[in-house]
Design a protein around this ligand. Structure first.
Ligand code: GDP
Ligand code: MG
Length: 176
């Protein structure tokens, strides 16, 4: 297939979600296989880049945009997600408000970008299962109604993290 022989496809993917849900931790885990218990300051660069090879050998370059913490002061506006092919909408499974915030960003993305962008909703911090505030099935069903995928992760325990970025890559290739 052309995908294997031609130039590597380049995708922009953005992380969205309330402060402290673990966006930067997911990137750090995926890029460097590290975890930090402190709240992480902004990455040096506006985005990080990784070449991803899927199990079926399809390849793509992912340009992953993390927020600079601006979600704490105002909404992540259109400038942030402009031109993106995919978005990871992250919430903390122990924090119901962070799930509601994801819903509002999904509405905004649907309004602004329609079906141009692939969406994965990510419930992070599954290592805190005993404090869970959002039922797995509720999140899955919500995702289905908006045409998004749903996955759960623990950046701390390294559960599901590479799977999220690989699924995102796969969906963006298919959507391309
Ligand atoms: P961001 O503001 O969304 O980028 O969140 P950070 O990545 O800075 O993480 C916020 C806090 O949550 C930090 O104290 C992290 O160590 C913690 N954290 C991130 N992911 C996890 C996780 O999977 N499990 C647990 N228990 N804590 C996490
Ligand atoms: Mg962050």
């Amino acid at each position: 297939r052309r995908l294997r022989e031609g130039p590597i496809l380049n995708f922009k993917a953005v992380l969205m979600g309330e402060g402290c849900v673990g966006k930067t931790s997911l990137v750090l885990r995926y890029m460097e296989d590290k975890f930090n218990a402190q709240h992480l300051s902004t990455l040096q660069a506006a985005f990080v880049t990784k070449k991803v090879t899927l199990p079926d050998e399809r390849r793509a370059q992912l340009n992953i945009w993390d927020t600079a913490g601006q979600e704490r002061y105002h909404a992540l506006g259109p400038i942030y997600y402009r031109g993106s092919d995919g978005a990871l909408l992250v919430y903390d499974i122990t924090d119901h408000d962070s799930f509601l915030k994801v819903k509002s960003w999904v509405r905004e993305l649907k309004q602004m970008r329609g079906s141009e962008i692939v969406l994965i909703i990510v419930g992070n911090k599954t290592d805190l299962e005993e404090q869970r505030a959002v039922v797995y099935d509720t999140a899955t069903q919500y995702a289905r109604t908006v045409g998004a995928q749903y996955m759960e992760t623990s950046a701390k325990d390294n559960e599901g993290v590479s799977e999220v970025f690989e699924l995102l890559t796969q969906l963006m290739i298919e959507h391309h």
